[in-house]
Design a protein around this ligand. Structure first.
Ligand SMILES: [Zn+2]
Length: 361
């Protein structure tokens, strides 16, 4: 029976090689179009609720009224209601239709185990809207690992991840097309280290894309790549997320870029004064993000850049006065073009780089 399973897995794998895997099945990479490489369409971020800081304004009673929109933007994690993105599937469906109208083709939906991945909803959204959706395998940060997850060996974790890609996840036959976002904290915990090693082992078997959520320290991204590489992972097919809140120093950024992963600026649309997960961080503005992209392009990394919004709370949806999933296409691309990034380079960032990353090899 072991041989049978190996045979059927290798059959499944032979169908995906050279393709991308969406929630509706394998697809020719040429069909992806413009791609946001780090979004959420349905999830819960309850794990990361932060009470309002001492001395700060308390949570308003009816937070989704117009007069509280600024409070919500400044304190998105201090309102429980705001953390249940999975309650807004209707609004998300409308926004995906708008995303297609704005020229969007694909969304990589990074929700993994721990933050309420919902594959049937993703499949329905793909059918309803025509947007290609690629789902994520694996586990979010340690704080969301179950006791069962913590007890698993690297081998067992590898089997779970491989199966989510080859056969389907969460008891469905809907297959993930990327591993991640794999969550890590800083310092990286033992359970997270096991998951990182399992991610590398699974990637070595599958030739698939990987995407990582690093902890909030400039040292975290390089340390993660070291662990992945040591376990046989393919750094050139790995995206490092959230660089906009992680590495600020230009020299450090260049040093990290030379390690060869994809470099992701994925918090476009997020502007807040106090970042409650790491108060020492000054969350950049969108203009500063564009400046970082222009710097990395000038330094020769245009083949390594990918961008996104990482929408994970309700207030960022257009329905609640937010920027929505089309903000990059509508507002950021024109800004990039005025800051020394060419249309050809924009096309690389939005189409060619995601296509190369997402194709199974
Ligand atoms: Zn995310």
């Amino acid at each position: 029976s072991v041989c049978m399973k190996t045979a059927s897995s290798s059959n499944v794998l032979s169908v995906i090689v050279g393709k991308v895997q969406t929630v509706l099945g394998p697809m020719d990479p040429e069909q992806l179009g413009r791609t946001m490489t780090h979004e959420h369409l349905t999830m819960s971020f309850e794990c990361c609720y932060c009470p309002p800081a001492a001395g700060a304004d308390p949570e308003p009673e009816n937070p989704f009224q117009m007069q509280h929109m600024h409070w919500l933007r400044q304190n998105p994690y201090s309102c429980r209601e705001n953390l249940y993105l999975q309650q807004e599937t209707g609004a998300v469906r409308d926004e995906l239709l708008a995303y297609r109208k704005a020229g969007g083709g694909t969304i990589v939906e990074n929700t993994t185990t721990g933050i309420d991945r919902d594959l049937p909803t993703l499949k329905q959204l793909a059918k309803d809207t025509g947007v290609h959706i690629i789902a994520g395998a694996g586990f979010y940060v340690d704080a969301t690992h179950s006791e069962a997850t913590r007890k698993m060996s690297v081998e067992k974790l590898t089997d779970v991840i491989v199966s989510e890609v080859l056969h389907g996840a969460d008891g469905t036959d809907i297959r993930c097309g990327v591993i991640g976002e794999i969550g890590t904290s800083w310092p990286i915990t033992d359970s997270e280290t096991k998951v990182l090693r399992a991610t590398a082992h699974a990637q070595a078997q599958l030739g698939c894309p990987v995407i990582i959520h690093p902890g909030r320290s400039p040292a975290a991204p390089a340390e993660i790549l070291r662990i992945l590489q040591e376990a046989g992972g393919d750094i050139s097919k790995t995206v490092m997320s959230h660089l906009d809140r992680t590495i600020f120093d230009e020299a450090e950024l260049l040093e990290f870029a030379k390690l060869g992963s994809y470099l992701e600026y994925d918090l476009f649309g997020t502007e807040m004064l106090n970042y409650p997960f790491h108060l020492e961080v000054d969350m950049p503005s969108d203009s500063q993000r564009v400046k970082a992209l222009a710097f990395l392009v000038k330094e020769g990394f245009e083949d390594r850049l990918v961008i996104s919004h990482d929408i994970h709370t309700k207030n960022r949806l257009a329905k609640f006065g937010g920027h929505g999933y089309s903000h990059i296409l509508r507002n950021i691309v024109p800004k990039m073009l005025t800051r020394g990034i060419t249309q050809q380079q924009v096309d690389k960032i939005l189409m060619d780089n995601p296509k190369h990353w997402l194709t199974f090899k």
